[in-house]
Structures are given as C-alpha cells and as structure tokens.
Design a binder for this molecule. Structure first.
Ligand SMILES: [Zn+2]
Length: 388
C-alpha cells in the first residue's frame, strides 16, 4: 500500500503529486528543483476527497520514500498524529481569527523532524476575513520548511488575496466504478452493495461509505425515495415534510451530542471547574458562548442532513427525466425503475424539470435563515404539482 490508496478516482492528481514530492525531496537535499512550492489549494466538489488528498500529500512529504504508506512516519501521518503535520479543522460554520493565529504561530516553528512543517486548513472557504488576513503573510512567505495545504470546494470560495498565493490542484468527481472498487477494497463491502451505494451517492465518497456500511442510512434513503409516489393531497405533503425534518434531526443528534460532550469537558478542564477559587464569571461567559456555538452547529448538521435528502430526491427526478428523454442508460435508482417508469408516463418532462428546479431552489433557501419545516412543506407541495 501507499499513502495514495484512499484517493478515489484521482489518478492524474496522484501522478502530479508524486512529481511534486520528488521535487520537494530534491529541495531538502539542497538542490535547485522546480515543482515544489509552499502553498497549495486543493479544490473539488463535496465528497471528492479534498482533505484526504491533502493528508496523503502531507504524509508523502514527510516520508523518506515518497509516501510508502508503511514506515512510522507514514503511519503516524495517516493516523493524524505526526508531530510536524497540523490541521486546522472546524465543526463550526466559520474559522475565526484566534484559530488562524494559532496556526500561524505553529507555522513559524521549524519542523521537529528533518523534513517539513505541514499546515493543513480543511475548510479554507470558512475562514472569516480577519482569519484569512491573519494567515495571509505566512501563506505568502512561510519559513523555508513550512508548507500550507488549503482545501475548499472551488478556488472562488477562498479570498483572492489567499488564493493568488496558492498553486491550485483540482479533484474531479470520482466515478462510481472507482468508488465501488474502493468500498470493496477498503471496507470489505460486497461488490453488489458497493456498486449500488456508489451509484446512489453520485460521486460523494463519504456518503457512499455511509450507505455501504450503515443499514440505517440505507433505510432512510429508501424512505426518502418513496416520497415522490406518496404526494397526493395536501395532508400527505405536510406529512412528508415533517417526516424529512424528523429523520434529519434524529440523524444529526448523535453527532451533535458527541461533539458537544467533548467541548464541554474541554471547557471544564480549561476552567478547572469544581476547583476552589477559580473565577466562575469567566467560566459562565465561556459556557454561554459555547452553548451559542453548539446551537448553531446543531442547526447546521440538521440542515446538512436535509440537504442529502434533497439530493436523493433530485436523483429520483433526474431518473424520471432520463426515462422521459428516452436516452436509455442506467438510472441512479435502477432498483426503482418500475416506479420511475410509472411517474415518467404520468407527467411531462417540463413538469419534472420544474420539480428539479424547486428542489435546487429549496437547497439554496435552506442555506439562509428560513425555517426548514416551512421550506420543506412548500417544496413538497410543488413536487406534487398540478399537472398530474
Ligand atoms: Zn513512508
């Protein structure tokens, strides 16, 4: 195995990175080499493996053999415990200036080993303007052994001042076959299940993995795909909307709870709560601020889950369009071909397109402040439509 094994369907990128790692090695040996630079931006659609790519690259930079995947350095790198690789990761909606400053301080240090100090920013699109400003100088002119690896969906999601200092590496949407192969290889999933879930996930590796290894996730998706056939009266629309929200809330809760509990115990430690003589006012303020951020995050996790539901629904209506256009070819939801056929005969292509547009408009609305239930109710009503 090598450090590149978990990059799915990114052969061209792996080749490029291999060349960069070789150039980086020559730099370490004091030779003049082109191809290595100190700031990189990994972009690619959600689920394509941006942070996996950044972490593999970091591991390869730290390995004496270009990313063998087997030495101690590779293993600690991939496990996230290498002393000279730091990651700025957030579960929050934004990365604030304090976290950015911490990273800059760290980036200024010489590596403890003989190679590089690697700084990974997983969601560079979430840097606030002030946080981006704080990073700017270090990204622009880092110490000679420091390398910044930033990740974002697209280059446009990163402030131009930062973006212009980085060399951009683009991940493609991984093809279904590559995802299926990865699920079989790394997660010991049967090949039938792997190809079904890879297709259903439409290029999102994490989603494919969740569908493949978790029956609950598969069941929830199956329920979602029943919705289009069930929307008749107003009551069924309102029902479907509240079911989607309930399922999303239920799916989100364990994840929110785990994150919340960890932060609460960190806070207790930081303030030495329970110890006599510790300032309780500082603790109370920090606890209040933490609660506020946790509420925001919980909301976001629910919205992310609703968004996946909407993508599943969209895949269904896209299948209907595929049948209506008569272009042949495999459906994303091949196992529902009978239902898709029925719907494609009972409605026009124009109406299906309108429904797809309604789904994507709702996804955008949900990024704003709208109450999810309201948005979902109005979506279900437009999916029912009037054209019959
Ligand atoms: Zn190695």
């Amino acid at each position: 195995m090598t450090v590149w094994d978990d990059l799915v369907g990114q052969e061209a990128l792996v080749e490029t990175l291999g060349n960069v790692v070789a150039a980086a090695d020559r730099v370490l040996q004091g030779e003049k080499a082109t191809g290595m630079t100190h700031a990189w931006l990994f972009t690619g659609p959600p689920g394509s493996g941006r942070s996996t790519a950044a972490r593999a690259f970091a591991a390869a930079l730290q390995c004496d053999r270009g990313g063998c995947g087997e030495c101690l350095s590779c293993r600690t790198s991939l496990a996230g415990s290498h002393a000279d690789i730091s990651a700025l990761v957030t579960e929050q909606a934004v990365i604030g200036v304090d976290d950015a400053r911490d990273s800059v301080r760290r980036a200024a240090l010489s590596p403890s080993g003989r190679r590089w100090q690697v700084m990974i920013v997983e969601d560079a699109d979430r840097l606030t303007d002030r946080a981006a400003d704080a990073l700017l100088k270090s990204v622009e002119e880092p110490p000679p052994r420091t390398v910044w690896l930033l990740c974002a969906p697209t280059a446009e999601d990163v402030l131009p001042t930062i973006r212009s200092r980085c060399r951009c590496l683009v991940l493609r949407t991984p093809p279904s076959e590559a995802i299926a192969d990865y699920l079989v290889r790394r997660h010991d999933v049967s090949s039938a299940l792997a190809s079904f879930t890879a297709r259903a996930a439409q290029g999102h590796i994490g989603r494919a993995r969740a569908l493949a290894v978790d029956e609950g996730t598969r069941n929830r998706r199956r329920e979602v795909l029943r919705i289009p056939g069930q929307l008749s009266g107003l009551g069924s629309c309102l029902n479907a909307a509240s079911n989607i929200l309930d399922a999303a809330t239920e799916e989100a809760r364990p994840r929110s709870d785990t994150l919340d509990a960890k932060e609460q115990s960190d806070l207790q430690l930081a303030y030495g709560a329970g110890t006599r003589g510790v300032s309780t006012t500082g603790h109370a303020a920090a606890a209040k601020e933490l609660q506020r951020r946790q509420r925001l995050r919980a909301k976001r996790i629910v919205r992310d889950s609703i968004d996946r539901t909407l993508l599943d629904l969209a895949s269904y209506y896209r299948d209907v369009v595929t049948v209506q256009l008569g272009s042949g070819g495999e459906l994303v939801n091949e196992e529902l071909r009978h239902e898709v056929d029925t719907m494609s005969r009972s409605t026009s292509g124009e109406a299906t397109t309108r429904r797809l547009r309604a789904i994507f408009a709702t996804r955008e609305l949900l990024e704003g402040e709208i109450a999810p239930l309201l948005a979902l109710e109005s979506l279900m009503i437009s999916l029912r439509g009037a054209d019959g």
